[in-house]
Ligand binder design. Structure first.
Ligand SMILES: Cc1cc2nc3c(=O)[nH]c(=O)nc-3n(C[C@H](O)[C@H](O)[C@H](O)COP(=O)(O)O)c2cc1C
Length: 189
């Protein structure tokens, strides 16, 4: 049983979520490899896939979207789980009372497309981490521009809001599924 955990992360917090999922799966006796989705060229050879991306402007990062579309035939015949990491702040709901862990609120907007490509068993939105001052390049500029709005400043506070218990529970549910008899078709090498 070999699982690929492929992530797309700009500032590193999604990478750490992926690494944590890897540790949890290994702790349950599942062989788990964690790789940047951009460098995970050889997608074949795994029994299952966990694929996640940070959310920026309500979208998954390009590398993660491409990984799904390029490997859709392979993913169609393997168990797949998707995650997104994004919402920040201590509130679990937005100002309209909507759950921030709902993809229709935080993104990705292309969730139906991603589901169509990967046919995942689940998609989970995790809270993320944000340290705006450290953001460089285009995303740093976008962030600083967005920060001119009071509403954005309030809804995107700096800090680490990752809920490791939530990640652990989700990783455990994946391990439960993978270890259940008859879950995976043996890979043909
Ligand atoms: C410019 C900008 C746009 C963002 N857009 C979203 C968004 O649309 N939805 C969301 O939930 N989080 C959004 N976030 C928060 C990030 O997704 C969050 O900081 C995430 O943990 C970053 O992951 P990374 O450290 O792996 O890059 C945004 C952050 C920045 C700086």
């Amino acid at each position: 049983m070999k699982v690929l955990i492929a992530y797309a992360s700009r500032a590193g917090s999604t990478k750490e979520i992926a690494e944590f999922i890897g540790e949890k799966l290994r702790g349950r006796g599942v062989e788990a490899e964690v790789q940047d989705v951009g460098s995970a060229r050889a997608a074949g050879g795994y029994d299952a896939y966990v694929i996640g991306s940070a959310l920026y402007m309500f979208h998954w990062m390009k590398d993660a979207r491409q990984f799904l579309s390029k490997n859709r035939d392979l993913l169609a015949i393997r168990p797949v789980w998707l995650f997104s990491s994004g919402p920040v702040g201590v509130q679990k709901t937005d100002s309209a009372g909507r759950d921030l862990r709902d993809a229709s609120v935080s993104g990705p907007k292309e969730i139906e497309e991603l589901k169509e490509a990967a046919r995942p068993r689940d998609h989970h939105v995790f809270f993320g981490a944000l340290y705006g001052e450290k953001l460089r390049g285009g995303i740093g500029l976008t962030y600083r521009f967005m920060q001119r709005s009071k509403a954005v400043r309030e809804s995107m506070p700096d800090g680490d809001y990752r809920d490791w218990q939530d990640v652990a529970t989700w990783a455990d549910s994946i391990a439960d599924s993978l270890l259940a008899p008859g879950t995976t078709v043996p890979i043909q090498s």
